[in-house]
Structures are given as structure tokens and as C-alpha cells.
Design a protein around this ligand. Structure first.
Ligand code: FES
Length: 354
């Protein structure tokens, strides 16, 4: 925490730490400044310029996400010059992409859409000329429509600074600039790990969950916080359901540790098994060579009988147990207890050690 400085924002005397940006000081004091490229946990790059504010004696409007506060600053966030500049930027963004909200997966959860509405823009003054890229549908997890990309770079920084996968970057310049993996490859043909961090970071509908397409509008989805079952880290996540079915899994940065909203490919995308028609819901016992549905009591009786026979015939150390990282600590504790106390062996291990 740096030294405290005094400044004025929208006529209000405020105090801020000298290592804060104008945007951070504004948020702390309940003053709204719109943003698009700013993304917590990554470098402020000042790419979109919608966070412009007026600073007295500055030569031009400044990007509040990048400008540190200083003592005696007089800042105005809602002047005509600020709104005119924001409007023009948003109109340019709208006009340079295919922002067709009717069919967009992010309709209702799009920061550009929110900004258009907040600024009261009916229509851009400029001709709408999307670049005409093909929508990338070459994998089953992430869909990319670069016609909707606003080049904010949040996906690039999320990939490089949060997940440190270093798969995404900018290519080309000016009107032809685009974001993607090296050599303009599709995700599936790149080094992408499919962690999905870019999907969560995208403020518009350019990078979306392929599995969730047409499965429910953002406002129809019910989010339920849960703990990922794939390993022992205990990552927190939101299961998004619609009509009782899982549509997608999203990270939630508000949950903090242990994963700060980030997930791995399994936690984020490997959800099909939950509702898969082939999922085993009852035990199967092989009878005359054929797997036959049985009750849990029948299954447990069979297991207990066979354990007992093996133990009596070959001794307890002829049995070994391998626990799973998908179980909770409590389940794994009970498992080793069962092996030691009930079976009588220390032959117990865990798949995470392999
Ligand atoms: Fe500040 Fe984009 S949010 S420049």
C-alpha cells in the first residue's frame, strides 16, 4: 500500500493510495467508469479506451485503467467530451464486427451490449463491416467467432498471465488485426490446453462454450456453486443448469482460493458423463458371462464374500486397495481405514501418486 493522496473526482474529495489507478480509486468510491479491456489479475493495457476520463491540465482524455492517481488531481468522469469519446469508440466497435445479438450466445451477458445501452446508442454512425471470418467450430469445447471480437486482448492476457499457457496473441495489424494461436491455427491444431480461461475472459460473444450453444440464454441458467470432483485440489466452480440439465461449467473469481476462478480442461468441459445415457446407475454382476443389473445389497454381499474367501485362502496381504483422487478426503480416510482395519493389510495406495 503506497502513501495516501488526496484528489477530487466528479467534485467529490477522495483519498486514494498512490499506487492505485484512477479507475481503482473511482470504483472504491462508488463512481462508475465503463471498461472493456481491463481484466482483474492481468496487466492494464489501455487498449479499448472506453474508460477515458478528463484530468484537469492533462493534454487529452486519459485511460483511467492505466493512469495512476496523484496528489491534487482533479478528475471528471461524466463530461460531454468523455461521453462523446466513449460513444465514438463503442460505435466503432459495433460497426467493425458482426454483433448480431439475436443469435449471439452471449446475449444478456455481453459487456459491449451493456455499454451500447448505457450510452444510449441507437445505431452506429458508421457502416457495419464485419471482417467475414469463418466461425471456428473444429472442436467440441470452444467456439470462436472472430467477427464478434473487439480486440480487447482479455483472452490473450488470461491465457498468458493467468494460466501462463502462452497460446494466444495478436497477429496482423490495423483493420486486419486478429487474436489467435500461432500460425493462425484453430485451437484444436494449436498448443491450446482447453482450460477455457479465454472463454470466461471474453466480454462479448467471440469465444463461447461450444457445448452450451442454443442450450439456454444466460438469464435462464441457474448457477450452483460446487467443488470439482476431478482431483483433490478442491476447485470451486459454478454448474450452469437449464431445465435441470447441465449446460456448462464456469469459473467464479469471487470464490477466491484455491483456484481463483480458473479451471482445467476436465473441470471446465468434461461434464458429459453426468447425464450420459451410458452412465452406470446400478451395480452389474456378471452372471453366466453376462453383466446383469443387481441391487447394491447383492453387489456388497458378493464383494464381501469374495474378499473373505481371498483373505482366508491367501492372507490379507494378497489384497491391495487403490483409492481415487475423485473421492473426498473423508472418503479416502475411510478407504484406508477399511483396508487396514477390515481387510488387515497396509497395501493401500492412491491414484494421484502414480
Ligand atoms: Fe481502460 Fe480499456 S478499460 S483502456
Amino acid at each position: 500500500m503506497g502513501n495516501t493522496v488526496s484528489l477530487t473526482m466528479d467534485g467529490k474529495a477522495i483519498e486514494a493510495s498512490e499506487d492505485q489507478t484512477i479507475l481503482e480509486a473511482a470504483r472504491e468510491n462508488g463512481i462508475y467508469i465503463p471498461t472493456l479491456c481491463q481484466y482483474a489479475g492481468t496487466t492494464n493495457v489501455g487498449a479499448c479506451r472506453v474508460c477515458l476520463v478528463e484530468v484537469e491540465k492533462a493534454r487529452s482524455l486519459v485511460a483511467s485503467c492505466c493512469m495512476p492517481v496523484s496528489s491534487g488531481m482533479v478528475i471528471r468522469t461524466d463530461t460531454k467530451a468523455v461521453r462523446d469519446a466513449q460513444r465514438m469508440i463503442v460505435e466503432f466497435l459495433w460497426a467493425s464486427g458482426d454483433h448480431n445479438c439475436l443469435a449471439c450466445e452471449s446475449n444478456g451477458a455481453c459487456e459491449l451490449q451493456d455499454l451500447v445501452y448505457w450510452l444510449g446508442i441507437e445505431k452506429p454512425r458508421f457502416p457495419i463491416e464485419p471482417p467475414g471470418y469463418a466461425v471456428e467450430k473444429t472442436n467440441t469445447m470452444i467456439s470462436r467467432d472472430l467477427n464478434k471480437c473487439i480486440l480487447c486482448g482479455r483472452c490473450v492476457r488470461a491465457c498468458n498471465e493467468i494460466q501462463v499457457n502462452e497460446v494466444l496473441d495478436f497477429a496482423r495489424r490495423g483493420y486486419r488485426a486478429k487474436v489467435g494461436p500461432a500460425f493462425d491455427a484453430d485451437y484444436i491444431n494449436s498448443e491450446c490446453y482447453f482450460c477455457g480461461e479465454c472463454v470466461d475472459a471474453c466480454p462479448v460473444g467471440a469465444i463461447t462454450f461450444a457445448q452450451a450453444r442454443f442450450s439456454g440464454r444466460p438469464w435462464e441458467l441457474k448457477k450452483t456453486r460446487t467443488t470439482c470432483t476431478y482431483c483433490g485440489v478442491g476447485c470451486q466452480m459454478d454448474i450452469n443448469t437449464h431445465n435441470g440439465k447441465i449446460v456448462k461449467v464456469t469459473g467464479n473469481r469471487n470464490y477466491g482460493l484455491p483456484n481463483q476462478g480458473s479451471l482445467c480442461v476436465k473441470g471446465k468441459f468434461a461434464i458429459d458423463f453426468v447425464q450420459h445415457p451410458d452412465r452406470l446407475k446400478t451395480p452389474l454382476i456378471r452372471k453366466n458371462g453376462i453383466l446383469t443389473e443387481a441391487t447394491w445389497d447383492e453387489a456388497y454381499d458378493l464383494i464381501a464374500r469374495n474378499f473373505k474367501t481371498i483373505k482366508e485362502t491367501h492372507g490379507p496381504d494378497s489384497i491391495a486397495g487403490l483409492a481415487s483422487a475423485r473421492c473426498t478426503n473423508e472418503e479416502n480416510y475411510l478407504f484406508q481405514k477399511f483396508m487396514r482395519a477390515a481387510i488387515g493389510t497396509n497395501n493401500v495406495d492412491h491414484c494421484a501418486r502414480l
